[in-house]
Design a protein around this ligand. Structure first.
Ligand SMILES: [Zn+2]
Ligand SMILES: [Zn+2]
Length: 324
């Protein structure tokens, strides 16, 4: 047996990037500690939040391990803190079987935590189900491309309806390192700047766009494998299987590349993110000074915010689906 680096109990995990072996207790504590530190370093709790005028945080709760772990840890930290009010928001995309089970996990978790929980569906909101969208596919796109547009629209509009000051999502270290690497490989510097202002910089350094609810990702220092282990050790109700329509081919390639790099050079994900965040911050500042930030318009049809003018992407897609 391998002993815990911090006590004499048996280690349940080994983190090659830090060299530490941790027992169940010390591992769980280390995950929670990293989330607390991220919340502090990103200045998530503003100085002017008071029990009389609390902040509202909407948490995107999909029922997968990441959002379940995020919701649980946030509840643990802020349950007794009257400055923060939390609402869990679940979106049902209309994916038979898959989403039904994960919605059950969300309901169970929200009940366990005694947290306000809201459920919205593509079917009620847009009159479409992802299972049908995949069949029709009027734009010849991957399922995730449609789904992403619809999900962003609902997260944004419902977070707004619930008076959210922030929208929190369960992206982990692997997700963020993949996105960073994709932006590098695609040479998309503007996207790096956007990524920074939208969700990864500290609230002190970011420039918030009034039309969008600022996002935060408190799990972004924790590797995916550790999120899964935490979920398992804490016995949390999470739905593990992958979406049956999932087909982000390029991201899959990047994921395998990063996996091999991390195996051979532990710490790669952390170093990618440290460098990327610094660079993205500089670029974001530069673009602000240039005054080249995208103009924002209201969609002619639904009124949601768009950068293109005319009709928003979601309304375009819905019209294309309608025409099938
Ligand atoms: Zn220990
Ligand atoms: Zn629209």
């Amino acid at each position: 047996m391998t002993e815990c680096t911090k006590c004499d109990r048996e280690a349940v995990m080994h983190a090659a990037y830090s060299g530490s072996h941790l027992c169940e207790t010390h591992f769980c504590a280390s995950v929670e500690k990293r989330v607390r530190r991220r919340i502090r370093e990103d200045d998530l709790v503003p100085g002017d939040a008071t029990p009389e005028d609390p902040e509202t945080w909407v948490i995107g709760l999909s029922g997968g391990k990441d959002s379940v772990v995020l919701t649980t840890i946030l509840d643990d930290i802020f349950e007794q803190d009257p400055r923060i009010e939390m609402v869990a928001l679940t979106i049902h995309e209309g994916i038979e079987g898959y989403r039904d089970e994960s919605v059950d996990a969300c309901v169970e978790l929200a009940e366990d935590l005694d947290m306000r929980h809201e459920l919205v569906t593509y079917e009620d909101e847009f009159g479409v189900r992802m299972d049908d969208v995949v069949e029709d596919d009027p734009e010849g796109m991957a399922a995730c491309a449609y789904c992403g547009v619809f999900r962003r629209d609902l997260l944004e509009s419902y977070a707004d309806e619930f008076g959210a000051d922030k929208l929190l999502t369960g992206h982990n270290l692997d997700d963020e390192a993949q996105t960073a690497l994709m932006n590098f490989l695609e040479g998309d510097v503007r996207q790096m700047a956007k990524h920074f202002d939208a969700s990864i910089g500290s609230f002190d350094e970011r420039e918030e766009q009034d039309a969008f609810i600022p996002r935060a990702k408190p799990l972004r220092d924790v590797p995916e494998k550790e999120v899964a282990l935490y979920c398992h050790l804490q016995n949390l109700p999470a739905h593990i299987t992958e979406c049956p329509h999932s087909s982000e081919a390029y991201r899959g390639e990047i994921q395998r590349l990063l996996f091999d790099l991390e195996e051979n050079h532990p710490g790669t994900r952390h170093s990618i993110m440290a460098g990327y965040e610094e660079l993205a911050g500089i670029v974001a500042e530069r673009y602000r000074d240039d005054g080249t930030k995208a103009d924002l318009h209201e969609c002619d049809e639904c009124g949601s915010t768009t950068t293109t003018g005319g009709r928003c992407r979601k309304c375009d897609l819905l019209a294309a689906l309608e025409a099938v």
